[in-house]
Write a protein that binds this ligand. Structure first.
Ligand code: DGT
Ligand code: CA
Ligand code: CA
Length: 570
């Protein structure tokens, strides 16, 4: 059983209880547990198999009561409370509540008033003008809901990078145990680090393809076998994700890896380039007539074609061939270059761990510094700090910094940019902070021009250091707000401000393409996790891969600098 299955049940129970106006502490406990489970690096069932009930109870965020629910799910496959609550709501309720612009309360209202219990019915009602006639609705809300439905349809079947990575790792672990598997590589969009992944593409070298296919189709994670051939198979995993497997001979491994890594646009381009030389490139190799010129490794393939090796993240046909021919490819930033993390939360606002716990965890990752950046007053849902509270909080951070040796803890804040572009703290308070992040957390629907002016005004504030999650998008959930990113980047350049690449797989914001533009303009980027718990500090790798897709080098990224140099930048 996947951890997500447990988390989903807890999220849903929390929604149901909320609608029933049950005890808020109970609701919060379910949400906290769901969050804890989602950031758990190990499989819950494994934890239970190894350490029993007590091991479940020891997971932070999970007490006696919720450990019982997890045990119940493992033993019986379901959770009685959840089943009972679900019966009180219409069948399509959860799906409807998840539509952007809806939420559980609206979903329930629409069911009661209009008997809407499916996406199709919702779409019809929104299009026919039925919704806008309801009290408190109006054309704008109906439009928002329609856009939410579109987004849901578009995102259908695409998976977040951490989810896809976790599943690929599980499959590889299992396949790798087979002695017939000589080499194993995850290809496709996951290898390129694309922001979301449609399906997994696995490549294996083996002299015994039948054995590999037999094993693959019977893996524990597989729920359905779509196709099973001698060298090609496709399955659906239990979480609904498709996984394709190809088995090739060693002599074609490089060209097969290249072909299945894609992107399609990159592949089409290389085929044209080969044709110009009178050659042919395919998943079986690079050929001149019948003669194989290359194919065993990707490096050979590129070399023979006259190019430097192109890292997978750059294979999007965005100028990589020209750069590789001229010896001008960037030396991409790597995870090991990262020396600190400049955006994270503590229990002072909506984080799960204390300042010291965050610092200790960051130290284990080998970092030289971190910034604790809790929310400000306007972000009420995240328990943002008032000016008075943040001054005390700064003292607490300084005390923690003295106490925890071997890592510098900067006193920071993720300050709301108010709708008029002013900051949520006065300049006097901002001046007390070591680092100031600026973020939009409200009024996402502003007209483009107003939103652009709002953000630019924040960049004009002399205390602001980094504009964080600059487009506000939540992948598969919420579209970016309307903003003129070129104007924002120009302003960042003018005022010498940094821009964040938020590493959380739900955000990956700034996006790869905008990173390319920021690099052109010479803007410094900061890759940060926005961690709300110690586990989430490990999400850094997804920010790094996004930076690599944006052609960024070590020198483009602020948090590759050693502490002394970083401090000068601030
Ligand atoms: P995804 O799964 O939608 O996130 O994206 P990919 O890039 O993993 O695409 P997928 O799984 O359909 O195919 C894997 C790779 O196979 C793709 O990156 C390039 C190659 N490929 C697939 N279809 C074509 C095609 O029609 N032409 C060429 N040249 N290559 C293709
Ligand atoms: Ca794929
Ligand atoms: Ca595929």
């Amino acid at each position: 059983m996947e951890n997500q299955e447990f988390a989903d049940i807890f999220w849903q129970v929390a929604e149901f209880l909320e609608l029933k106006e049950d005890n808020p502490f109970k609701i919060r406990a379910y949400r906290k547990a769901a969050q804890a489970i989602e950031s758990l690096p190990h499989n819950l069932e494994d934890i239970y198999a190894k350490g029993g009930f007590n091991a479940l109870k020891e997971i932070s965020g999970i007490g006696q009561h919720l450990a019982e629910k997890i045990e119940e799910k493992i033993k019986t496959g379901k959770v009685a409370v959840h089943e009972k609550l679900a019966k009180d709501f219409p069948a399509g309720f959860i799906e409807l509540a998840e539509v952007q612009g809806m939420g559980p309360k609206t979903a329930l209202l629409l069911y009661k008033k209009l008997k809407i219990d499916s996406l199709a019915k919702l779409e019809k009602a929104a299009k026919s003008g039925q919704l806008s006639k309801l009290p408190g609705f109006g054309a704008k809300k109906a439009d928002n809901i329609l856009r939410g439905i579109e987004l849901k349809k578009k995102s259908h079947g695409r998976f977040l990078l951490d989810d896809a990575t976790a599943h690929a790792e599980l499959l590889c672990e299992d396949l790798g145990r087979l002695k017939e598997v000589k080499q194993l590589l995850v290809c496709g969009s996951l290898r390129r680090g694309k922001e979301t992944v449609g399906d997994l593409d696995l490549l294996v070298v083996s002299a015994r393809p039948e054995k590999v296919m037999d094993h693959f189709s019977k893996l524990a994670a597989v729920s359905q076998v779509l196709a099973k051939g001698r060298t090609k198979s496709s399955v659906i995993l239990k979480n609904g994700m498709q996984a394709d497997l190809r088995v090739v001979e060693e002599r074609a491994f490089g060209s097969a890896a290249h072909y299945f890594t894609g992107s399609k646009d990159h592949n089409i381009r290389i085929r044209q380039l080969a044709q110009k030389k009178g050659w042919k490139v395919s998943e079986y190799g690079l050929f001149k007539g019948k003669k194989q010129l290359a194919g065993r490794t990707e490096a050979d393939l590129y070399k023979k074609m006259g190019y430097d090796y192109i890292p997978p993240e750059l294979r999007e046909n965005r100028g990589e061939f020209a750069a590789a021919a001229a010896g001008n490819l960037p030396r991409l930033v790597e995870l090991k270059d990262i020396k600190g993390d400049l955006h994270m939360h503590s229990t002072a606002s909506d984080g799960a761990n204390s300042i010291e716990e965050m610092a200790q965890a960051a130290k284990k990752l080998g970092y030289e510094y971190i910034a604790i950046t809790d929310h400000t007053e306007s972000t009420r849902i995240a328990h943002g700090l008032t000016e008075k509270e943040v001054l005390k909080h700064i003292q607490k951070i300084k005390a923690a910094n003295r106490k925890v040796k071997g890592i510098e803890i900067l006193a920071g804040s993720e300050v709301d940019i108010k709708p008029d572009g002013s900051m949520d703290y006065s300049d006097e308070v901002l001046a007390q902070l070591d680092i100031v992040l600026a973020a939009v957390h409200s009024r996402f629907k502003m007209p483009k021009q107003e939103m652009t002016e709002r953000v630019i005004k924040a960049l004009e504030n002399k205390y602001v250091n980094i504009l964080v999650h600059p487009t506000g998008r939540l992948l598969n959930e919420r579209e970016a707000y309307e903003i003129d990113m070129e104007a924002v980047l120009q302003a960042a350049k003018k005022h010498k401000k940094m821009i964040e690449i938020n590493a959380h797989p739900r955000r990956l914001d700034l996006t790869d393409i905008n990173c390319m533009r920021a690099r052109e303009l010479g803007i410094r980027l900061a890759i940060s996790t926005d961690a709300h718990s110690t586990d989430q500090l490990e999400l850094m790798k997804y920010g790094v891969i996004t930076a690599r897709r944006g052609w960024l080098e070590k020198k483009d990224v602020a948090n590759t600098l050693p502490l002394a140099q970083l401090k000068k930048l601030l």
